[in-house]
Design a protein around this ligand. Structure first.
Ligand code: NDP
Length: 259
């Protein structure tokens, strides 16, 4: 039997990248997937390609979450995947000395407020049946300091902690609603394109960016989707409040070159 047969699964920021791969995998496993994204044009196109439903949802918007609660009052799985680095419109200062409060807040609004609102929606949509799985996409950057991306690192660290709070809260209420975080690093998605470019130096840049990764390559969105599938499925009913690194071994040791 498919792992997610007839489970209602909502995925945010799923028009492309990791969210898209999760939506496609969940759909292939029999789920009733609602793909959501801030980008309606691409979201609708992606959903049509996968064969699932689409609803526009800006994770920062309480109104959008309220609309979702109307259209999908009961859900089995929510993946809080939407996230931004803060470099979408080009290089701006995100170090702790020069970052503007406005830019700091903008990253937290999407990554952290979006995840908070998503968890709040999911608890409401799952507690009637008392069962479900919330999967929050954090990052390797939520586990270590990132000098040039302070807001990204801070917001991803907060997601890690909030996932545990949600897990404990649900357990305290006697619900079988699980909440876990996934911590990817260097997964080849459009998020990297501004840094890689399309020129002849692309391969060199990719090698340089993964030089410290023990497996010496980028991960794929499908590899993250496989982990999300496990956490969404009924094979993971004893897993809650946990964090899962998917990083080609990066966090297994020190990245410092051995002397
Ligand atoms: P992408 O940028 O490829 O995809 C993210 C999607 O989220 C885009 O479609 C984007 O739309 C959408 N989005 C942005 N803001 C909002 C919003 N406010 N509401 C709803 N949707 C929104 O990213 P990835 O697939 O690479 O990343 C997915 C998640 O994984 C993110 O949380 C990211 O931080 C995390 N991650 C990724 C890593 C990687 O190496 N790729 C490593 C570690 C963590 P639009 O393009 O229109 O803004």
């Amino acid at each position: 039997m498919p792992a997610l047969k007839d489970k209602i699964c909502v995925i945010t920021g799923a028009a492309r990248g990791i969210g898209r791969a999760i939506a496609a995998r969940f759909h292939a496993e029999g789920a009733r997937v609602l793909l959501t994204d801030i980008n309606a044009t691409l979201g609708e196109k992606t959903a049509a390609e996968i064969g699932c439903a689409f609803q526009k949802l800006d994770v920062r918007s309480e109104d959008d979450w309220a609309r979702l609660a109307n259209t999908v009052p009961q859900a089995d799985v929510l993946v809080n995947n939407a996230g931004i680095t803060g470099f979408e419109d080009g290089l701006v200062a995100h170090d702790p000395e020069h970052a503007s409060l406005e830019n700091w807040r903008a990253v937290h609004r999407t990554n952290l407020d979006g995840t908070f609102l998503g968890c709040r929606y999911a608890i409401g949509a799952m507690k009637a049946r008392g069962t479900g799985s919330i999967i929050n996409i954090s990052s390797r950057s939520g586990l270590v300091g990132i000098p040039l991306a302070a807001a990204y690192a801070s917001s991803k660290a907060a997601i890690r902690n909030h996932s545990k709070t949600v897990a404990l809260y649900c357990a305290q209420h006697g619900w079988k609603i699980r909440c876990n975080s996934i911590h990817p690093a260097a997964i080849l998605t459009p998020i990297w394109e501004p840094m890689l470019g399309t020129g002849p130096e692309r391969e060199d840049k990719m090698r340089a960016l993964t030089a410290d990764t023990p497996l010496k390559r980028f991960g794929t969105p499908e590899e993250v989707a496989a982990l999300a599938l496990l956490l969404a499925s009924d094979d993971a009913t004893y897993i809650t409040g946990s964090e899962f690194n998917i990083d080609g071994g990066l966090l297994a040791g020190s990245a410092a070159t051995q002397g």
